[in-house]
Ligand binder design. Structure first.
Ligand code: MG
Ligand code: MG
Ligand code: MG
Length: 306
């Protein structure tokens, strides 16, 4: 048996590195596994993979008849179309349940922590299996990426403990320095088109039967995106119309200021303003202090207050 491991579409560093880590976990158990991805890796993930000399997972599009393990999502909108024709044997995630259905009992590991890599660190520990040093280094980066250097409200003590343990395994003395180096890579957006930036960390959600698209760009300094905002808004308007979205949101997160500028394109802007207690300016933009997490601060209010 070969287990195909993969995470959500438009993979972020946690989705890719968790995939590599779970493939290693299966191998440590004596089961053949292949790390896969849905979509291209982003510049930050490329930095991590090169830094630790790992292989880029292969692309997977169809999973019918395959044995699969999922990381970092259980949202059908973020999985291959034929996911229900696969045999899902394993899930490790840190999001809300996505509504995925499956036919057989499975291993399910979920914790409300800052990253899937933290959940997976704990599985290795529970099973008494060793994480290879270079995989541990990459997992450390994935935790720091998802928790935005522990500044995101999704951060827990489990994440800090995981980074401490992964740093020991990987021989990294100053994890936060490495995290900052990684954030600098993520923040260099000069060569990205408006559409690249929207798609960089973009997820579809079904909220009360309506299609929502929510993207996020995390920058050391939010003003780095200022000159690109008009073009981004134009692309969002196009995507809103062509993609059949009720609402498109883009968070331009300023990591140092610990907040986000929210760009809103929606069939019902007042309803969205109401959910977040904001007022958009003529550029469809509003600053939201303390807003760092799509998972914790954007999706739940949309689901409960709309
Ligand atoms: Mg993710
Ligand atoms: Mg994650
Ligand atoms: Mg993220």
């Amino acid at each position: 048996m070969t287990v195909y491991v993969f995470g959500h579409t438009n993979p972020d560093s946690d989705a890719i590195i968790s995939t590599i880590a779970v493939a290693e976990l299966f191998k440590a158990r004596g089961v053949d596994a292949i790390a896969c991805k849905q979509g291209d890796i982003n510049p930050e993930t490329k930095f991590i993979i090169e830094k630790f000399g790992l292989d880029i997972p292969e692309t997977i599009t169809s999973v019918e008849g395959k044995t699969v393990a999922l990381v970092d999502t259980t949202e059908p909108t973020q999985l291959p179309e034929d996911i229900e024709k696969a045999s899902i044997v394993f899930v490790a995630d840190h999001h809300k349940l996505g509504g995925l259905k499956n036919a057989t009992p499975l291993e399910f590991y979920g914790q409300p922590v800052g990253s899937s890599s933290t959940v997976i660190t704990n599985i290795f520990k529970t099973e008494g299996k060793n994480i290879p040093a270079k995989v541990a280094g990459a997992m450390l980066c994935a935790v720091l990426s998802d928790t935005v250097l522990f500044k995101s409200p999704t951060t827990t003590e489990w994440d800090k403990k995981a980074v401490e343990e992964l740093a020991k395994i990987a021989g990294i003395e100053k994890p936060l320095d490495l995290g900052l180096e990684m954030l600098k890579v993520k923040s260099s957006i000069e060569n990205d088109s408006a559409l690249d930036l929207i798609n960089r960390d973009f997820k579809d959600f079904n909220i009360h039967g309506k299609k929502f698209g929510i993207g996020q760009i995390e920058l050391i300094d939010g003003s780095m995106a200022e000159s690109k905002k008009p073009a981004i808004l134009e692309e969002m308007k196009k995507l809103h119309k062509d993609g059949g979205y009720n609402t498109l949101l883009l968070l331009i997160t300023d990591i140092m200021k610990e907040g986000s500028e929210m760009l809103v394109v929606s069939d019902d802007i007042p309803a969205i303003e109401n959910v977040f207690g904001i007022k958009c300016d003529e550029k469809h933009c509003a600053w939201v202090d303390g807003m760092m997490s799509r998972k914790k601060q954007v999706v739940p209010p949309l689901e409960t207050k709309l």
